[in-house]
Design a protein around this ligand. Structure first.
Ligand code: NAD
Ligand code: DAU
Length: 335
């Protein structure tokens, strides 16, 4: 078991769920969260666990702060990133800086001080379109957005630090996560909170684009398996629950759960470079670690929708802050 783990991006959606998961399943592990608190980082995500982990506000691209923290840790789980595809279309430079250069800074510190494990959180977006079947770890990388391309750069940089310097890095490429504490710019929390405010659900283009959905806790258990293992350095693992759904199917589940009609759906301008299908095959992860997702999709989606219904004190302040300017620009006041 890792004694002290640095979790970058631990105040974001998946990172905060992972810290919660670790404190529950590995209470003896010391957790240090390094997070810049961008618009997506929110201390409220872990407010109930204050005192159970150490928090350092800082930038993964800052070698001084990163060096000091890596020096005292024996494991790193690297979630910190700019993560929203739509924002990457307008501000690609932010993505290159944090996702690529920030990963380089962390890897350099790991090279200098040595770590037992470096779990790099990549994404299934690095494959680009999944044509004919879910993507395999051996498939070529053909990222389509500046976000996905930046993540592909970071993903291969992590691998190169294993191949060149022997850093014990493993790379996780997970599908689309859903669950509590997701910033409401992303599809599911955006549609739920819009519906709760009586607003339209803006479906890009025809809405038949497919994503592969997994509950965030199932992603966390997969990352934990990679973190605790000492083998398979340099390898990549897809993470998926095999639940492919289109945007319109997701909208339908949300509206049904809320008891609302599909008149709230509004087709708006498509996302440039919109990937038709992302899906990955997680057979390697299942075989290597005996990992299995434990969340039933329909039931967990209903519970996720219900979580947002019950926590307006979490998303209300977000939606009235930075998010409002973003939303008005992105959707051109579509509603
Ligand atoms: P998020 O946007 O909710 O959170 C990102 C976190 O990183 C925030 O807390 C933010 O403050 C922090 N951060 C951003 N730039 C930073 C910097 N320069 N220094 C330090 N902290 C910084 O993202 P998420 O959805 O939780 O995604 C986490 C990771 O998982 C990312 O690497 C993402 O690419 C990957 N991923 C996400 C999904 C998904 O469906 N959300 C799926 C697969 C992989
Ligand atoms: O596949 C993993 C990736 O999933 C992660 O690496 C990313 O960080 C994460 O943001 C997510 O990317 P997507 O682009 O798939 O997620 P998003 O929620 O932005 O969009 C999901 C689908 O919903 C996609 O087909 C676009 C569509 N969509 C999205 C929004 C925000 C809409 O139709 N309307 C919208 O308003």
């Amino acid at each position: 078991m890792r004694q002290k783990v640095l979790v970058t991006g631990g105040m974001g959606f998946i990172g905060s769920n992972f810290v919660r998961y670790m404190l529950k399943h590995h209470p003896d592990t010391d957790i240090i969260v390094l997070d810049k608190l961008t618009y997506a980082g929110n201390p409220a995500n872990l407010a109930d666990l204050e005192g159970e982990f150490r928090f350092v506000k800082g930038d993964v691209a800052d070698p001084v702060v990163v060096d000091a923290l890596v020096k005292e840790c024996d494991g790193i789980v690297h979630f910190a990133a700019e993560t929203h595809v739509d924002r990457s279309i307008d501000y690609a430079g932010d993505f290159v800086r944090t996702d690529v250069y920030g990963t380089f800074v962390l890897l350099e510190a790991a090279r200098k001080h040595g770590v037992d494990r470096f779990v790099h959180i990549s994404t299934d977006e690095v494959y680009g379109e999944a044509v004919g079947r879910p993507s395999l770890e051996t498939d070529e990388l053909a990222p389509k957005s500046p976000y996905a391309a930046s993540k592909a750069g970071a993903d291969r940089l992590a691998f190169s630090y294993h191949a060149t310097y022997g850093i014990p890095a493993v790379i996780s490429r997970c599908a689309n996560n859903y669950g509590p504490y997701q910033y409401p710019e992303k599809l599911i929390p955006l549609f739920v909170t819009n519906a709760l405010e009586g607003k339209k659900l803006p479906v890009y283009g025809h809405g038949r684009n497919v994503r592969d959905w997994i509950h965030v806790d199932d992603h966390c258990s997969a990352v934990d398996a990679m973190l605790q293992d000492d083998g398979h350095a340099g390898e990549t693992f897809n993470v998926s629950a095999g639940e492919e759904r289109s945007v319109l199917e997701i909208a339908d589940i949300i509206l049904r759960t809320l008891g609302l009609g599909d008149d709230l759906i509004e087709h708006v301008a498509d996302r440039p470079g919109h990937v038709m299908r992302h899906a990955v095959d997680a057979a390697k992860l299942r075989k290597t670690y005996g990992w299995r997702p434990s969340h039933d999709f329909e039931e967990s989606m209903r519970r996720t929708v219900q979580w947002y219904v019950e926590h307006p004190e979490w998303w209300g302040p977000i939606r009235s802050g930075e998010f409002r300017d973003y939303y008005e620009k992105q959707y051109m006041l579509a509603d």
